[in-house]
Every structure is written in structure tokens, then in C-alpha cells.
Ligand binder design. Structure first.
Ligand code: MF3
Ligand code: CO
Length: 291
């Protein structure tokens, strides 16, 4: 909850200016939304300019890592080899792969193939074959700042059905991105994603979503892609979170693979696709940090 500051005290945002001439009016506006029953961000969710600069630097490594994977991924490669590439590229650039040892996660990246929705664990036993679609989800820690993004890769020749899912999943994310601006709601973004998926005959995973990010890998708020417009948290400048909807060809239902406790798979065994960006809300819209 937002606490009131003494008006002549230095502003909480780190600008060095007095609160009254900096964020006081902003706080009052945000609290006004709260009084109307909306969910509002607390101060930890609002990053300072210096913090966003830190996340931006982390994101540069995050992007470079996925660019590197994009250059080298090919048929016949194991997902373990992708893990190696992510580890090497990230550490060479001075970063740390954020997934490694996160909550006991054993690898540096998630590689989710075909019916795997997310959190696929790289393995020597998973060989990429022509026709596979694979999500590579890389997350980077650099000088205390986290970034997170993922892309889909089509291996060899994929079916038109699979290619369409991959294309539309990206379009869903892009439709969501267009809704990111201050004084709108996360639900506006979610509805845009969901509508795009439904119009194309697909479903959207409900239980797993995006998250705030920056000083921690996973921060509040939880970011849904099935919520209605005007609901969920108010977006304000300085918020940084991920847009990473998981789009399913068939049912939205998923289960977690019990053999590893991590990997989400579609209940019906049909395909799933996901793209992810880390995005910041700015004064007049948004900045995609990992693109
Ligand atoms: N990048 C994934 C996410 O969207 C990471 C999941 S945690 C991990 O947040 F340990 F599986 F990497
Ligand atoms: Co994420």
C-alpha cells in the first residue's frame, strides 16, 4: 500500500527532487484508482530510471543469447546443446543464467518442444527433429538485474498447422503489447491476447502466466492472459513485467510432468507455442526491453 510521504521529503523514486514536486500528484492519482476498487501497484513494482537502465543492460545479454541460439539451432541438435550455448554465451557476456538452481531447476534455459507448454528441461535424450516446434526461454541476471524472453523455433520443415500456431502465438503477444500504456489495466492486455487466440481457434493457458521482473526473477504482479479488459492491475510508468502467453492448439488444460516436477504439457497432447518479452511501462506507452 502506498504510504504518504512528507511533502518536502525527497521523493521515493530516487530523482532527488522534493516529493511534492515529483511523485505526489502521481501517488494521488494511483490511490484514486485504488479507491475505485482497482488493483494498484505498490512502490516495489515501480522501477526507478536507474533500475530500468540496469534491466535494459541485462536485456541486451538476454537478447544476444537468443540471437546466438537462433543462429545455431538446427535439426539433430539435442536440447542439452542449447543449454550449453545459453550457459556459455550468458557467462561470456558477464551474466548468469537465472534459471540455473532457481528453486532447484537443474539447467540454464527452458526448452519446450511440441506439446510441452513451458519449463521443458534440456536433455541429452531430446534430439530436435524436422517438424518440431521448440520454445527457448532464456532468463538473464546481470549486475543484480533480471530479464526474461523466449522465442519459438521451427526445426526443418514443419507442418502448416504448426507454423500457423507459432505465427499466431507471436501475433497474440504483439496484440497484448499494443495495450501496454499507463493508466490502462493488465486485463486490457490480457483481453487482447485472449481475443486474438480465440479468433484463430486456439486456447490460452490459465494457470501459468507472466510476472513482474527486475530486482527478482519473479516479482508481483501475476500477469494473466485470460482476464477481461478493465480488470487486473493498473499499469503505471516504471512497471516492468513479462508478456508470455502460452497458446494451445486444442484444450487450454495442462498437467505437470511428474517425472521432473517442472514441465507443463497440454492435456490433449496437441501443440503449444509461446513468445515472451520483458516490457516496461513508460510515460507515454511502453518500451520492449528484450526484442
Ligand atoms: N522463463 C521462465 C518464466 O517465464 C522461467 C521459469 S523458472 C525456471 O518465468 F526455473 F524454470 F526457469
Ligand atoms: Co517469464
Amino acid at each position: 500500500m502506498l504510504k504518504k510521504l512528507e511533502r518536502n521529503a525527497p521523493c521515493w523514486c530516487g530523482s532527488g527532487r522534493k516529493y511534492k514536486s515529483c511523485h505526489e500528484a502521481f501517488d494521488e492519482k494511483v490511490i484514486g484508482y485504488g479507491l475505485k476498487g482497482h488493483m494498484i501497484p505498490d512502490r516495489e513494482m515501480i522501477k526507478t530510471k536507474a533500475q530500468i537502465e540496469g534491466i535494459r543492460e541485462s536485456s541486451k545479454i538476454n537478447i544476444a543469447v537468443l540471437d546466438y541460439v537462433a543462429e545455431h539451432i538446427r535439426e539433430g541438435m539435442t536440447t542439452e546443446e542449447i543449454d550449453r550455448m545459453v550457459y556459455e554465451k550468458t557467462t561470456q557476456m558477464g551474466g548468469i543464467p537465472a534459471p540455473l538452481n532457481y528453486d532447484g531447476y537443474p539447467k540454464s534455459v527452458c526448452t519446450s518442444v511440441n506439446n510441452q507448454v513451458c519449463h521443458g528441461i534440456p536433455s541429452r535424450d531430446v534430439v530436435l527433429k524436422s517438424g518440431d516446434i521448440v520454445n527457448v526461454d532464456a532468463s538473464t541476471l546481470y549486475q543484480g538485474y533480471f530479464s526474461d524472453s523466449s522465442r519459438m523455433f521451427c526445426i526443418g520443415r514443419v507442418s502448416e498447422e504448426a507454423a500457423r500456431l507459432v505465427r499466431v502465438a507471436k501475433e497474440c503477444m504483439e496484440q497484448g503489447i499494443r495495450q501496454v500504456k499507463p493508466w490502462s489495466f493488465l486485463g486490457d492486455m490480457a483481453e487482447a491476447v485472449h481475443t486474438c487466440a480465440c479468433e484463430n481457434g486456439y486456447s490460452v493457458v490459465r494457470e501459468i502466466g507472466g510476472h513482474g521482473i527486475g530486482l527478482e526473477f519473479h516479482e508481483d504482479p501475476f500477469v494473466s492472459y485470460v482476464a477481461k479488459g478493465g480488470t487486473e492491475m493498473l499499469m503505471v510508468p516504471g512497471m516492468v513485467f513479462t508478456i508470455e502467453p502460452m497458446i494451445n492448439q486444442g484444450t487450454e488444460e495442462i498437467y505437470i510432468d511428474e517425472s521432473n516436477g517442472w514441465t507443463a504439457c497440454t492435456d490433449d497432447g496437441r501443440l503449444s507455442a509461446q513468445w515472451e518479452v520483458t516490457i516496461a511501462v513508460t510515460e507515454d506507452g511502453h518500451e520492449i526491453l528484450t526484442w
